[in-house]
Design a protein. Sequence first.
Length: 130
Amino acid sequence: MLAGVLSIDRVLLVAAADDGPRPQTLEHLDILDLIEVSEVTGVVTKIDRVDRERTEAVVAEFRELLAVAGYTESPIFAVSSRRGDGIAGLTRHLEESAGIAERKRAAAPAAGLFRMPIDRASLCRGSASS
């Protein structure tokens, strides 16, 4: 997860309503704090599988986890891909967030060094130098 997020400034953190936040959710929040990700949007999926009270409980738990991690202003969207509940609001938020990010990137001067994570490297023997 760490190698994949080093160059991003926004994250969509997802938890299923029937499971709630899992131990890896806490690990992901720790990593996001470590690499100073500035924006997290919470998404609670599969709300069609549970009753309203369970959805509200998972949203509240998610909100508390985000607040403890320093993301007190993070929006949380409860969605169902099967019924389409909450999808329009989440889509609107993502479009607005992408527009804001694009404007910030365009206005920011280039700074720092280029970083590219490398998964593995190997040498191949051959006659390339002849």
